[in-house]
Design a protein around this ligand. Structure first.
Ligand SMILES: Nc1ncnc2c1ncn2[C@@H]1O[C@H](COP(=O)(O)OP(=O)(O)OP(=O)(O)O)[C@@H](O)[C@H]1O
Length: 210
């Protein structure tokens, strides 16, 4: 088992405690996190990424308890083993597409992946030297996927990656995430309420408001 959570709970300041279903995932598996708005899907993703600390329970990735790592250790572990696609691309505006991707191996201290190959697999090779300010929304989202893959992570987490995309780009983005996850043997978790995504990934857990 690659990823295992147990009895995860978290409370944002002044909010009621969120209680999450357990997640169990093998390498190469894909899973959707579904649930109503405000149920805690993004919070769960942040707990899985080690961006938030659970008030109860644990997150174990491989043989490492992510939820008990702290500080630099946690940042390094995340940089090496987890790729995150945020809802908005959050690219560095002053840099080109390629430069945005080159930062990943720099920060994760991992061997560089072939960025040119990655861009060509994402249909973005002609944009390698373009400023990210000139990209369309779909293109920027593909670059943010490339960035999440550029450290060959064990776990890919994506938060509503298709919410601002049209049908064609949604299809492309989901296929890319699935293909790339399977190519590098990573597990893939997508938070979504997008019906179009549900058609591609049948396994899901549902976060319930209590
Ligand atoms: N930083 C924060 N401070 C206080 N409360 C927060 C914070 N972030 C989230 N919450 C609250 O925690 C609950 C879960 O939020 P979360 O963003 O995880 O839900 P979600 O299921 O991802 O929602 P959506 O589908 O609308 O994005 C909500 O009630 C939200 O208002």
């Amino acid at each position: 088992m690659l990823l295992r959570t147990e009895t995860l709970q978290f409370a944002h300041p002044g909010q009621k405690t969120l209680v999450f279903p357990d997640v169990k995932l093998d390498s190469g598996d894909s899973l959707l996190i579904l649930g109503k708005s405000g149920s805690g899907k993004t919070t769960l993703l942040n707990l899985l990424a080690g961006l938030l600390k659970p008030s109860q329970g644990s997150v174990v990735l491989g043989d490492v308890a992510v939820s008990s790592l702290t500080g630099k250790e946690l940042d390094l572990f995340r940089g090496k083993h987890i790729g995150i696609v945020f809802q908005k691309p959050h690219l560095i505006a002053a840099l080109t597409v390629k430069q945005n991707l080159e930062l990943v191996p720099f920060f994760s201290k991992k061997k560089e992946v072939d960025i040119a190959l990655l861009l060509s697999e994402l249909g973005m090779e002609s944009k390698a030297n373009a400023s990210v300010l000139t990209l369309s929304e779909g293109e920027a989202q593909r670059v943010s996927i490339a960035r999440a893959l550029a450290n060959s992570p064990k776990l890919i987490l994506a938060d509503e990656p298709t919410s601002s995309l049209d049908d064609v780009n949604t299809e492309k983005v989901i296929q890319l995430l699935k293909q790339q996850a399977s190519k590098i043997g990573a597990a893939l978790i997508i938070v979504t309420h997008d019906q179009r995504v549900k058609a591609h990934i049948p396994q899901f857990i549902e976060v319930q408001t209590t």
